[in-house]
Design a protein around this ligand. Structure first.
Ligand code: FES
Ligand SMILES: [Fe+2]
Length: 429
């Protein structure tokens, strides 16, 4: 028995005779791999890009032996806040992109330090209400259900109407009291996005968000989005448009040199540089809530102007937190990035960029534009996340647009606009 068993094992251990692969079969294998790779690359490059960065991911230099989250927390704790303007300007703020809000779904979002429940009815109408139920405080957006025009609380089933906040049903009560109501937020859905209106004195919207006709008519289509968090006062972000001098310094190195400001000026990438010609101005009445930056971008390759990379950009700021960044290229077409800043906490801003582009252009073009914009934006994030706000900055004549911008932006604050109270507000996250 034993010898029969070992004979069998011995036979199995003999190396099988495998024919040498012929150059022909190797060639077919290589061709097949290239084909699969090509199909994957085409699929990957032709779908909208989505780049979501967490609050600690960008703009920090990690302390030795520590991770980014630890560093981000330390930076927030020890930063000098400066003499800050009020923290929540009055205006429209982006909540989320429309395609992320399915019919009968509800999302819990934070805007100007408040928790809101954003929901879409089966008929497609969007409503924004306070997230906390006035009965016993359950969060309507966490387990709540959309019923007709109402949102139903997951705790005891009270239903609130999105239009006016009125409670329409208490499943176990004989009568719904008149005073049973939830706070509603003015909201609108335009350009593929949902916005909510914030005003510290509860004043109704005083201006509207312009419609971008090319988005509504689907001449320009959605090609992706990015999401970032910036650890700074909201005003620092739009002020960047009027800070003309930083463009030819911080944004001059080639995007190939990345986002870490310690290395962007490295010699390796010097062969490609960006130059910017910029102008910033406030718009007159009736659009006093708007301002405009016009910008001509050019690239220098080995010091020579390379006109193929010239882009004309108009960044129209509408209110305190929305920018329409339209760009035009001689043969790469036209499109727009909607850049939206929403205050989450006094010194924490959520920033989204959504790109819409001419539909007859391959997705790779807007993908590249969005990622290039994002690279430049992340350089700014590194400054914003670590800087102090200076209420009386040391400006030279060439910085005059910054002072103009501050005067323009002050229209979004009123006497009752909330200010940061240093001991209480958001030092932990
Ligand atoms: S807490 Fe919402 S119904 Fe009771
Ligand atoms: Fe910038």
């Amino acid at each position: 028995m034993a010898s029969a068993g070992s004979g069998f094992l011995g036979a199995r251990l003999l190396p099988p005779s495998v024919p040498d692969p012929s150059p022909r079969s190797l060639g077919s294998l290589l061709l097949l791999s290239l084909l699969v790779l090509g199909v994957w690359a085409w699929w990957e490059l032709s779908r909208p890009v989505e780049l979501i960065r967490g609050p600690e991911e960008v703009g920090y230099i990690p302390e030795r032996g520590r991770d980014k989250a630890y560093t981000a927390n330390q930076v927030r704790r020890r930063r000098k806040k400066g003499d800050l303007p009020p923290v929540y300007p009055n205006g429209w703020y982006h909540l989320l992109d429309s395609h992320l809000l399915e019919p009968t779904s509800v999302h819990n979002l934070t805007v100007c330090g408040e928790q809101v429940a954003v929901y879409r009815t089966a008929c497609g109408k969007v409503y924004v209400v306070d997230a906390y139920c006035p009965h016993l405080g359950a969060n309507l957006a966490v387990g709540g259900r959309v019923v007709g025009d109402c949102i139903e609380c997951p705790f005891h089933g009270w239903q609130f109407r999105g239009k006016d906040g009125k409670c329409t049903k208490i499943p176990y009560a004989e009568k719904v009291p008149e005073f049973a109501k939830i706070k509603t937020w003015a909201s609108c859905e335009i350009n593929g996005m949902v916005f909510a209106w914030y005003h510290c004195d509860h004043i109704e919207p005083t201006w509207t968000i312009p419609e971008q006709e090319e988005i509504t008519s689907k001449k320009w289509v959605y090609r992706g989005r990015t999401e970032h968090y910036v650890n700074a006062h909201i005003e620092e972000i739009p002020e960047n448009a009027a800070d003309i001098a930083h463009l030819d310094f911080l944004h001059e190195p080639s995007i190939l040199s990345g986002i870490d400001l310690r290395y962007t000026k490295s010699k390796m990438w010097e062969f490609l540089r960006h130059t910017w010609k910029v102008q910033w101005e406030a718009e007159p009445a009736p659009n006093k809530h708007c301002s405009r930056m016009t910008l001509k971008h050019a690239s220098l390759v080995f010091g020579k102007h390379f006109s193929l990379l010239d882009v004309d950009v108009v960044a129209r700021q509408v209110g305190p937190g929305i920018v329409f960044l339209s760009f035009q290229h001689s043969f790469l077409g036209q499109g727009i990035i909607l850049h939206c800043v929403t205050p989450v906490e006094p010194l924490m801003q959520k920033v989204s960029h959504s790109i819409y582009y001419q539909k007859n252009y391959p997705t790779i073009v807007p993908r590249f534009i969005l990622l290039a914009e994002c690279t430049q934006f992340e350089r700014d994030v590194m400054v914003w996340n670590n800087k102090k706000y200076i209420s009386k900055p040391l400006l030279v004549k060439e910085d005059s647009a910054i002072a103009k911008h501050r005067r323009w932006y002050s229209q979004f604050y009123s006497d009752n606009s909330p200010r940061l109270t240093f001991q209480e507000d958001g030092l932990d996250w």
